[in-house]
Design a binder for this molecule. Structure first.
Ligand code: PLP
Length: 386
């Protein structure tokens, strides 16, 4: 490998949300979704160049930013975007909040597929809308969609939007073209706009292909909004940059207005440089990263099979967030995560953060050096070995 993902980068003391939040020093953090790796060298160099310039006035987003975004999605995901469809903002969560504000009224309903990324809930709540849950079906160790339930819920005229998590955090699914087509058809039938959060689209593993929802058909393109960012892919969450892709002009104008009302319509000088370098020069680094992450996943799932076979690990099709079924422990997710934190000093996320449908599960972030991963696995084994 050209890049050294094994290097134990010291993050404690760097104002890291993941590492510096615990009030005990030796907690191993395997929770919040960022990675313990340095980003791609090309991004670091671009940021260094920008720092050396030393003037940090108001920033204009240049043509190169849009060109880099358009070619990344075209080359990587066969998704042809026009520059004019792109609205930039400071994160996918601010994007989701603006999209809901733009396309739903207070009191309207928004569909989500639970268990799902917890900030979907806060964005819906902050826009004074009501969340409607189309629980995913967990059967034979895999998640799928209950389309009858989705159709029935989408038929409620108060439902205006569906927040789709594609690929899905936390269950690790990459939705297939067939699944996405069924979702899209249901939403078209009931005039529900699909808001597809595709922040995890680049971290997809062998045997699976990310399909941008909006790339499936012209009708889906016009009836959807896609939210993307280089932040999960290149570990840039602290840089704060994201894009909203909206082909429909009316929808786009409404979102643009909401971004302005929320005052999240600017990005900073570093965000511009980081995105351009990531999308233009980060491809090779990303390919190696994916190999490393998937090897981590194989190590984890093998370890659980050997030492913790009563705790099934869900297949990981995308993301670096592993979903583990701990129902055999007959404890709540909160009891499990509290016990892991206080007795073994390893911090993972409790399943119920992602809705009631996550009860009995935990989410483990494996985007760390292998040495740290093994240390974390041993801690889990210490508590829960059969
Ligand atoms: C599905 C999903 N959307 C959005 C985010 C966060 O996006 P941002 O940091 O750009 O607000 C995350 C982070 O884990 C996520 O998993």
């Amino acid at each position: 490998m050209k890049y050294n993902f094994d290097e134990l980068v010291q993050r404690r003391g760097s104002n890291s949300y993941k590492w510096d939040t615990a009030n005990v020093d030796d907690v191993l953090p395997m929770w919040v979704a960022d990675m313990d790796f340095r980003t791609a060298p090309a991004i670091i160099h671009a940021l260094e160049r920008r720092v050396r310039h030393g003037v940090f006035g108001y920033t204009k987003v240049p043509q190169a930013y849009f060109d880099a975004t358009v070619s990344w999605f075209h080359n990587r995901h066969h998704f042809t975007i026009e520059k004019d469809w792109i609205l930039f903002t400071s994160g996918v969560v601010p994007a989701l909040s603006a999209v809901i504000k733009a396309l739903a009224e207070p009191g309207d309903k928004v569909l989500v597929q639970t268990p799902v990324y917890n900030c979907f809930f806060s964005s819906i709540r902050n826009d004074e809308c009501e969340r409607i849950e189309n629980d995913l079906v967990y059967e034979n160790g895999k998640y799928s969609i209950n389309f009858d339930d989705l159709e029935q819920k989408a038929a409620d005229p108060k439902v205006k939007l569906m927040l789709l998590c594609n690929p899905h955090n936390p269950v690790g699914r990459v939705w297939t073209k067939e699944e996405l087509t069924r979702i899209g058809d249901i939403c078209l039938r009931h005039s529900v706009v699909v808001v597809s959060d595709e922040i995890h689209c680049d971290l997809v593993y062998p045997g699976h292909t990310h399909i941008p929802f909006a790339s499936i058909s012209e009708e889906f393109l016009q009836n959807s909004v896609t939210c993307t960012a280089p932040s999960k892919t290149f570990n840039l969450a602290g840089i704060q940059v994201a894009n909203i892709i909206a082909a429909d002009e009316d929808i786009r104008k409404k979102i643009d207005k909401a971004l302005n009302v929320n005052e999240v319509c600017e990005i900073n000088a570093f965000a511009v440089e980081a995105l351009i370098a990531a999308y233009n020069e980060g491809g090779e680094w990303l390919e190696e990263l994916k190999v490393y992450l998937y090897d981590n996943y194989k190590l984890l799932s093998g370890y659980f099979k050997e030492y913790l076979p009563h705790l099934p690990v869900l297949p990981l099709e995308a993301t670096y967030l592993v979903w583990v079924d701990c129902s055999a422990l007959k404890k709540t997710s909160k009891e499990i995560t509290d016990q892991l934190l206080h007795e073994e000093k390893v911090w993972v996320n409790e399943g119920t953060m992602y809705g009631e449908a996550g009860e009995g599960f935990i989410r483990i972030n494996i985007a760390t050096q292998r040495e740290r991963l093994v240390k974390g696995l041993k801690k889990i084994r210490n508590l829960y070995t059969m």
